[in-house]
Design a protein around this ligand. Sequence first.
Ligand code: GTP
Ligand code: MG
Length: 200
Amino acid sequence: SKIKQVEFVGSSVRPKDCPKDERPEFAMLGRSNVGKSSLINTLVRKKEVALTSKKPGKTQLINHFLVNKSWYLVDLPGYGFANAPESARMDWSSFTKGYFLNRETLVAVLLLVDASVPPQKIDLDCANWLGRNNIAMTLVFTKCDKMKGGKGKRPDENIKSFQELISRNYKIHPPWIMTSSSTGLGRDDLLLHMSQLRNY
Ligand code: GTP
Ligand code: MG
């Protein structure tokens, strides 16, 4: 699962403009600002192959990154960002139909969930939607470095609550992984996990 090379292949406005290719891919899905683009940079150990920002709404297109000339990481715009400019706002339901349901080379969706906050309805809904549509997903909990003091819950408690909710309400039990793009936590585990999924 070693990364020797990564190249930015291109941006697509619409799902049907994505590269026509047989090579397998993994898509980063999650709320704006959850850390999708940061995780790509962490995985490939490059600072700015995917552009990141403190402000939500940074990624606005479907961006394909080819790894080791053999598989893709796909950076997507985030959902749940109400204040995005009109041009940046996505119709999430048409997008999911267009991309997640029709992209034959999609091995799994990496559903990124912020571990520094309690479970959010929009993320639970998203996991439910993927589950109901039989789309393979791995839960990737981000920002696990952010330890909350005082009233806030710790990342491991938020993660446990999230899993209990989707398991009880939607009967889904996806594989999951704790990560931090700040410390590199979970990087190697996630790469290994993806290599196992590719080889099934
Ligand atoms: P959109 O493109 O707007 O959908 O956002 P995104 O999900 O791609 O988020 P992005 O990677 O741009 O990161 C958003 C902010 O979160 C940036 O300020 C990152 O530095 C920060 N961030 C991302 N991952 C982590 C993490 O693991 N820990 C901490 N502490 N901050 C993180
Ligand atoms: Mg982004």
